[in-house]
Each structure stands twice: as structure tokens, then as C-alpha cells.
Design a binder for this molecule. Structure first.
Ligand code: ZN
Ligand code: ZN
Length: 167
């Protein structure tokens, strides 16, 4: 078993994972843009049982998703403000880590087989998605769990400003 560790900026909250991520979601949605203050969230997803807070006690903030109407819970350090992981009312058996909080943020592999880019419809202009990665305009599944078909670009794909529909 591979143990990987991470934590917040001040070191008050530490965590460990006990497996490889189930998958990695690069989420370009406006929630993730606002929550990270950045262009997108690199979000390795883990089974809840493979993730443990090992030091400190993160505070939580419940946010109701505009899309699904379900609660997303942000777990963060109230001393330094670092966001550490997300819990989902919609998917209770998994959590999503803010990938940059790992001590080695590069330890997990990102391949087209285990990675997807979602919410490209609202991604920041100029964002580049690597070749062959599955991409979705919004969620990868419908609210009832039905999987949607990804769009796969053979070359690196740059998000550009959309032309107005009715010029
Ligand atoms: Zn902290
Ligand atoms: Zn998101």
C-alpha cells in the first residue's frame, strides 16, 4: 500500500491517503474557480476509507451546488485558510482532495484512462487541456448517474472565447 501525505500551509492540518486515486478530475467549474481563486481545481478523488486526517481538525463550510442542488462541504484549516478536501452529498463514499496540498503533488499519475476535464464550457480563456484527455462541457454524468460521452481532442486543446450565437 502506498501512503501519501499532505497538509495545509501552516501544518496544523495533516492528512494521509492509502491508495491511488479512483480518478483525477480537473474541474473548471465556477465553484472550483472561486474556491481555489485560480483557473481550475486538480482534484484526485479517493474512497473515503482511503483518506484520513492525521493531525488537526479542519473546519467545514457547506455550499449548495447551483447545478445539482446538493451540498458540497469544504474542509479547510481555519488558521491558515488552506482548503484541503471536499465532501459530497451527491457521492458520499468518496472525497476530493485539493491536489496541490499533497507534499508531492505529482505522485499520482494523470493519464487519459484515469483523468478527465469537466466544465470546459466555463473554463478560463487560454486554458490548455493536454491531448487525448476526456473533456466534458459540464458534468461527466447526469444527475441520475448516467455517464455522458466525452469529447477527446487529439492535440492539446486551448479554450477560446466563444463566438456569440446571434451576432
Ligand atoms: Zn493551516
Ligand atoms: Zn468544480
Amino acid at each position: 500500500m502506498t501512503t501519501n501525505t499532505g497538509g495545509c500551509l501552516c501544518g496544523g492540518v495533516r492528512f494521509a491517503t492509502a491508495s491511488a486515486p479512483v480518478r483525477i478530475t480537473y474541474c473548471h467549474c465556477t465553484f472550483c474557480q472561486r474556491a481555489t481563486g485560480s483557473a481550475y481545481l486538480v482534484e484526485p478523488i479517493f474512497e473515503r476509507t482511503a483518506f484520513a486526517v492525521t493531525e488537526g481538525q479542519p473546519k467545514t463550510y457547506d455550499h449548495r451546488s447551483g447545478g445539482s442542488g446538493k451540498i458540497v462541504t469544504i474542509h479547510f484549516c481555519d488558521k491558515c485558510g488552506t482548503k484541503i478536501f471536499l465532501g459530497f452529498e451527491r457521492f458520499t463514499d468518496v472525497i476530493g482532495v485539493f491536489g496541490g496540498t499533497f507534499d508531492d503533488p505529482n505522485w499520482f499519475e494523470r493519464a487519459p484512462e484515469n483523468t478527465r476535464h469537466i466544465f470546459l464550457d466555463v473554463a478560463q480563456h487560454g486554458t490548455v487541456v493536454p491531448a487525448r484527455m476526456p473533456t466534458y462541457g459540464q458534468h461527466a454524468t447526469l444527475n441520475d448517474g448516467t455517464p455522458l460521452q466525452p469529447v477527446i481532442h487529439e492535440q492539446p486543446h486551448t479554450v477560446v472565447q466563444r463566438k456569440p450565437k446571434n451576432p
